[in-house]
Design a protein around this ligand. Structure first.
Ligand code: FES
Length: 106
């Protein structure tokens, strides 16, 4: 079966501040968008993998990681994996940037 990819425009690249998280909604999915100091943009599901966790868009961005705001778990922005000694995974979304528009690829 061929899966068609959908590119959904979600933000203007020039509007995003580095080291900040943004919350966006696609249908009933909440996604956290992050721009890092080197300019890359990442997108993760906007929910911490911790059972009592909060929203990742309010976390602290450092390098290519976000530290979740409630339990301080360190999560890779690139693939959503929680770093040791904690464990877990958040869904990571593919991001494309074209002419100042950021797209999430689903
Ligand atoms: S809010 Fe996520 S482990 Fe913290």
């Amino acid at each position: 079966m061929i899966k068609t990819l959908t590119r959904i425009p979600v933000a203007h690249y020039s509007n995003l501040k580095a080291r900040s998280g943004y919350s966006i909604k696609i249908d009933d999915m909440e996604i956290a968008l992050f721009k890092v100091t080197t300019g890359e943009v990442y997108a993760l599901e906007n929910h911490s993998p911790h059972p009592k966790g909060g929203v990742l868009s309010e976390g602290l961005v450092s390098g290519h990681y976000v530290y979740c705001p409630v339990y301080d778990w360190k999560i890779s922005l690139a693939d959503g994996t929680v770093q040791a000694p904690d464990e877990g995974q958040v869904r990571a979304f593919q991001v494309e940037i074209n002419d100042d528009i950021i797209f999430i690829v689903l």
